[in-house]
Design a protein around this ligand. Structure first.
Ligand code: SF4
Ligand code: SF4
Length: 374
């Protein structure tokens, strides 16, 4: 049971005017019983809430659309994370979540994979390993999913190809790289998040990191906005690569003759306003025809991979938003859905299969399209 008074004070819920803009903007309200306005109402009229009886709180992707739309400056997304915290700290979570949290504590990644295997993906590549004493101007923070997942490793390899072509002096943290903690925090494990922040800051300090580029918008967002004491510049790769192209340091020699749309990752677009750079990269690739989704940028629809949702089943069995996205893309006449996030990549690829769209449409990371064109 959660005592509501503390939450009402902590999240300033008396300021809520019950206008419903949060729920009206929530992409998950299309497929889930999640209704954040109603949840806030329950906080206001009840003394206690049985959070365990509210499975829909796990449907939230923490996309923050509700927070961005609230006219009273409330942060509904974090209210849901706070509710999850009550369950996670009490150990009352599904085995998939428990396993991801335990694995992150033990091995530094949520995928249950060994620490010593983290940099196996670079075995056949000539990449500087900062953990083994190399120096480099830019640290490429690979992230857990690109480091271990076979499909997303291809994205990390494309990144290496692009860095090399542009003559970037970069290196990786090798087997010393550990999870950034973004999703652990959103699954309600604040203690684990704080532990990872401390560990990461120590690793960065030890290796004298001066500048960092990430594959994932989730790592980028948490380093940039949630790591107190991080004192160097962090960029998502789309920002870094868009600059390389603009400065003439990265040029193309091949055409990519495909019709491409773009899935805005929530942690890049809505949460950090990075909308233009990914589009600028796509539009600079020779031969590529770019078509934007109608629901794009601030109105974009989640893939349902964020906020820890990679380890949580939806509370209702309806159509997944990634499936809606694939159908929207087909209607647009797109041959490729480009994205810039490992979670979007996996959820959309899965949706291509479950909607029977294999052969009609492909999911590629923007950096893969760049790598094809250089
Ligand atoms: S948008 Fe803000 S003020 Fe309106 S119902 Fe939601 S939380 Fe309350
Ligand atoms: S963060 Fe996104 S998914 Fe969660 S309640 Fe807000 S709008 Fe809905």
């Amino acid at each position: 049971m959660l005592k509501t008074r503390k939450f009402v004070q902590q999240y300033d819920l008396l300021g809520c005017i019950q206008c419903g803009r949060c729920t009206a903007g929530c992409p998950l309200s299309l497929t889930s019983p999640l209704n954040i306005r109603r949840i806030i109402y329950q906080f206001l009229v009840r003394d206690k809430l049985d959070v365990k009886q509210m499975p829909e709180i796990w449907d939230c992707t923490t996309c923050t659309t509700c927070t961005l739309r609230c006219p009273k400056g409330l942060d509904p997304a974090m209210i849901l994370v706070g509710m999850r915290r009550v369950l996670t700290e009490g150990g009352r979570v599904k085995p998939t979540i428990r396993d991801a949290l335990e694995s992150t504590f033990k091995f530094g990644n949520p995928w249950g994979r060994g620490k010593a295997k983290r940099s196996d993906w670079v075995q056949d590549l000539n990449v500087k390993n900062i953990a083994e004493g190399a120096n480099a101007e830019i640290v490429y923070f690979v992230g857990c999913t690109p480091a271990y997942d076979d499909r997303v490793q291809v994205v990390a390899k494309a990144m290496v190809k692009v860095f090399e072509k542009a003559g970037v002096d970069f290196g990786i943290l090798g087997n010393e790289e550990i999870c950034c903690g973004s999703e652990m925090r959103r699954l309600g494990e604040e203690g684990l998040f704080e532990f990872l922040v401390e560990e990461n800051l120590e690793i960065f300090k030890q290796h004298g990191v001066k500048r960092m580029v990430t594959t994932s918008p989730h790592c980028y967002n948490t380093f940039k906005n949630e790591y107190e004491g991080l004192d160097f510049e962090v960029q998502h790769y789309t920002q870094f690569v868009a600059d390389l192209i603009e400065q003439g340091k990265l040029t193309f020699s091949k055409e990519v003759n495909r019709v491409v749309t773009y899935q805005d990752p929530c942690f890049l677009g809505k949460q950090n306003g990075v909308y233009d750079e990914p589009r600028a990269i796509l539009q600079s690739i020779p031969g590529l025809q770019f078509v934007d989704f109608d629901r794009s940028r601030e109105r974009s629809v989640c893939c349902e991979g964020g906020g820890g949702r990679m380890w949580v089943e939806a509370s209702s069995g309806g159509e997944r938003l990634a499936e809606t996205r694939v159908k929207d893309a087909l209607e647009l006449g797109a041959e490729v859905i480009a994205t810039a996030c490992p979670f979007c990549m996996l959820t959309l690829e899965d949706a291509v299969k479950t909607t029977g769209a294999e052969g009609a449409i492909e999911v590629l990371d923007i950096i893969e399209l760049v790598a094809q064109a250089i």
